[in-house]
Structure formats: structure tokens, C-alpha cells
Design a protein around this ligand. Sequence first.
Ligand SMILES: [Zn+2]
Length: 62
Amino acid sequence: MVLIQVCKLHVPWIYTFNHVCECGKKTLLARPPKYVPDDVYREYRRKEKEEDRINSGILQPM
Ligand SMILES: [Zn+2]
């Protein structure tokens, strides 16, 4: 399971899967998940699907 991290130094907050924000600051665990914008989940699902395709040999990893 991938936990979503948040950096609250920005407006709006930046959500990421990294433990370090693009600003260099350590991110905090974001919760509850219902506050996470949809597009973060969409991006996660897209990546997950891509990995499925790579695993099943349809898509070549970049
Ligand atoms: Zn930041």
C-alpha cells in the first residue's frame, strides 16, 4: 500500500508519494485519505495499471 504524503508549506498543499517534497522539506503523512484530491489517486491508479501491463509483458518498461 502506498501512503500519500503532504507538504503544507504550499497553497494549496502539495500531495505526493515521496517522503521529501519538491521544496526539499520532509513531507507529512496525509490523512484522512478523503482529503486527498482525486487527481492524486487517479495518477496512482494510472501508474498501477501501467505496472500491471509491464508485469504482463504488454508494455515495455521505459
Ligand atoms: Zn513543499
